[in-house]
Design a protein around this ligand. Structure first.
Ligand SMILES: [Zn+2]
Length: 117
């Protein structure tokens, strides 16, 4: 009968490999967060600039701009402070699929395929 230690050489190798992968993914996520933060700061600057230019050079009021924001927000059917890409409900498989795709990514049916029995 052979007894294996809890952390055999192969177990230790697998644990070390998993830790390395987790560390690499953490660094990747950190980089993505840094990029997204920079984009957010840039978009905040652009938005503030546009709002100030509109106020200074037009007769638009902040209330009108907020009303327009709400109108745009509601175009996707939800007042959630986001602009979502439109989706279609696949008549073939029932999945919701981004309208950016020409066909359902789950079953390959075109958006206007008639429902299957
Ligand atoms: Zn489908």
């Amino acid at each position: 009968m052979t007894f294996y230690p809890v952390f055999s050489h192969s177990n230790f190798y697998e644990v070390a490999k998993t830790a390395d992968n987790a560390e690499r993914k953490a660094f990747q996520v950190e980089d993505q967060l840094r990029v997204l933060s920079a984009r957010f700061e840039h978009l905040t600057l652009v938005t503030q600039t546009l709002w100030e230019l509109l106020e200074q050079h037009t007769n638009l009021t902040q209330e009108q701009m907020y009303d327009k924001m709400q109108e745009i927000d509601l175009r996707d059917g939800e007042a959630d402070g986001k602009i979502k890409k439109p989706v279609f409900l696949c008549n073939n498989c029932g999945h919701r699929v981004s309208a950016t795709y020409q066909v359902c990514i789950y079953c390959g049916a075109p958006p206007d395929v008639p429902p299957q029995p």
